[in-house]
Structure formats: C-alpha cells, structure tokens
Design a protein around this ligand. Structure first.
Ligand SMILES: C[S@@+](CC[C@H](N)C(=O)[O-])C[C@H]1O[C@@H](n2cnc3c(N)ncnc32)[C@H](O)[C@@H]1O
Length: 312
C-alpha cells in the first residue's frame, strides 16, 4: 500500500489527471497484474499475439500508434518497435514501467493525451458546479496548470454558446492518429467512460441513470467513430461483457459498452480479471474480450451479440 502511494506521488502526470484518479488506476492495475499474473496470462498473450499478427500483415511500416498503452502489459512492444519506423504510445498517464520500457527504443515516443476528447471538460465540471459570480473558482490547493486547463475548457464551452456547466459532446482529436499506417486500441474502449462517470457522480451528479448512460455511450461511440474513420489499418481489442460469478456460478452480466452495438466478428476469449480471492472468497469476475485484427475488413456478425444476456 505504501509502495503504491509512493509510486503515485512520483508519477509524472498533471495534477488534474491524478485528481481524476487516472494515476491511482494505472498503479492499481499494475498491482492487480502482479497478484493475478497466472490468471491474466492467457488474455495478455491473446492480445499481444493478435496485435503482432496484424502488424506483420500491415504492408506500410512508417508509423504505428497504440491508444491506451498504459503499463504495456498487452502490447508487443519489441515487435512493434522493430517493425515500424515510428511508434507512438498514447495514454493519459504513463507509469514508470512503461517509461523504462519505451526508453530502450529510439523510435518509440510516449505521448500523454486524453483519448476520450472530453476529460478536461468533465474535470471543469467540478468548479462549474459551484460557480462564484459568473466565473467559477478553482478548488483549494489547485496549481496554476490545472487552473489553466479549467479556464480553457470553460472559455471553449462559452465560445460555442454552451450554457456554463453544460456537458459538451466528446471530441477525440483525430490528429493523434493522422497518417498512421497502423493503430491499436488496446483494451481501452470500455475504460474510457469509467473515471469520467465517477468524477461527474462526485461533482455534478446526473439527473438520472439514462442521461448518465447516454453520456457514457457517446464516449464509446466517438472512440469507435475515430477508429472507423481512420484510413490506416486498425486493431480493436475490447471487453464486450462483464460477468460476475458467485462461487463459480454465473450471476450479474454487465454491458461495458453501454449498449453500443458491436456487430463485428473477431477472435473472442475470456479474461479472468478478478479470479477467486481477488475480490473476496466468493465473488469473481471475468471479461469477454473481442479482438478485431483489421476493423475495416471485419466481417459482420451473423446474429446480434447481446452483450448483457448472451453470456455463454
Ligand atoms: C485496461 S488499461 C489498458 C491496458 C494497457 N493496454 C496495458 O497493457 O497496460 C486502460 C488504459 O486506458 C487508459 N485511459 C483511460 N482513459 C483514458 C483517456 N481518457 N485518455 C487516455 N488514456 C486513457 C488508462 O490510463 C489505462 O492505461
């Protein structure tokens, strides 16, 4: 616990990113990985193999981008760095392990960026929830850099004629992947809304579950649109179902994509993300993962993948 606290303290990330919990998440992901190394191995191998195979079959080799590179657990870094002239690893926070691994390759670049296209605006809701006059005040103890982000987000929102405090639609920046021959979205899609929803719940709760889910769904849809509009080759690896088990008996089924239809075929496997003992003695959790090696060429599913009801 203390080690995790120190890791978080040392993590080079802007304060707003840490305040929203991204630093805490990546550090606990690494800690969970160390605890569940055997249970996670098949999933990590399946993801890495799918990416490597797809990269090998990609004819152009100038530029590759990984979205959601995180701790690089599921990324075949050496293969990609060896194949492409330039490799960009994009995540909102890069842990020390990823920084060390990337530093071994001259052509690998770490880019810290928000992939959802809405995180700074969501962060700004913390202050717009309690406006002072017609201008919100930053929370106590916030540094200048964080204030700047808030001011910019509010200015943009006002320039567009939005009501102060209105949530704008996600707007992921296509420049992140412009010109890339090969793009990987690596177990990221279902994660994109989660911390944003937590932050909003704490600072500006939604009127009801339907508006909350619609906002989460819009984040998912915009990421999918970003990938689908990209002319280069795109690999998508994402969870499509969360299954909670009670003493090995399947129980609650959760749709991690908030109803976004995933009508494409690909490889599928289970990720035992929380094997027995990780949550408690009785509960465990498995994720159904879909890996699509080439999004533009993926065949349509013959029947609808009902992510909440059709758990095998
Ligand atoms: C489940 S992890 C993916 C695993 C990662 N590929 C690895 O091997 O460690 C999800 C990743 O998405 C990143 N992420 C979540 N929301 C993000 C956002 N808005 N912008 C950029 N990265 C984000 C997290 O920081 C985390 O590294």
């Amino acid at each position: 616990m203390l080690a995790e606290y120190i890791r978080h303290f040392r993590l080079p990330a802007p304060k707003w990113v840490k305040q929203m919990g991204y630093g805490r998440e990546i550090i606990s992901l690494e800690a969970r990985y160390r605890r569940c190394i055997e249970a996670w191995a098949p999933h990590l191998t399946a993801t890495r193999d799918l990416i490597t195979k797809s990269a090998t079959e990609c004819p152009a080799t100038d530029h590759a981008v990984v979205l959601g590179s995180g701790a690089l657990l599921d990324i075949p870094l050496e293969d990609l760095a060896g194949r492409f002239k330039r490799l960009d690893l994009i995540d909102i926070v890069h842990p020390a392990s990823a920084r060390r691994a990337a530093a071994q390759f001259e052509n690998v670049h770490l880019i810290a960026a928000d992939i959802s296209g809405v995180a700074p605006a969501v962060y700004a809701q913390a202050v717009t929830a309690e406006p002072i006059g017609d201008r919100p005040q930053p929370p106590k103890g916030m540094r200048d850099a964080s204030c700047e982000i808030i001011t910019t987000a509010i200015d943009r929102s006002l320039a567009k004629g939005d009501r102060l405090g209105a949530l704008r639609a996600p707007n992921p920046d296509p420049a992140m992947i412009n010109g890339a021959d090969f793009v990987v979205s690596a177990n990221l899609l279902a994660q994109l809304p989660l911390l944003l929803l937590d932050w909003l719940q704490a600072h500006r709760p939604f009127a009801n579950d339907a508006t909350r889910d619609a906002f989460a769904r819009s984040i998912i849809d915009h990421h999918l649109a970003l990938l689908q509009n990209h002319p280069g080759k795109v690999v998508l690896v994402t969870e499509v179902l969360r299954l909670v088990l009670n003493d090995d008996t399947p129980g609650e089924k959760i749709d991690p994509l908030f109803g976004a239809p995933m009508m494409l075929d690909g490889n599928e496997w289970w990720w035992d993300v929380a094997p027995p003992g990780e949550i408690n003695r009785h509960l465990s959790m498995r994720l159904r993962v879909l890996g699509i090696p080439d999004l533009a060429q993926a065949p349509q599913l013959r029947s609808c993948r009902n992510t909440t009801l059709a758990a095998p």
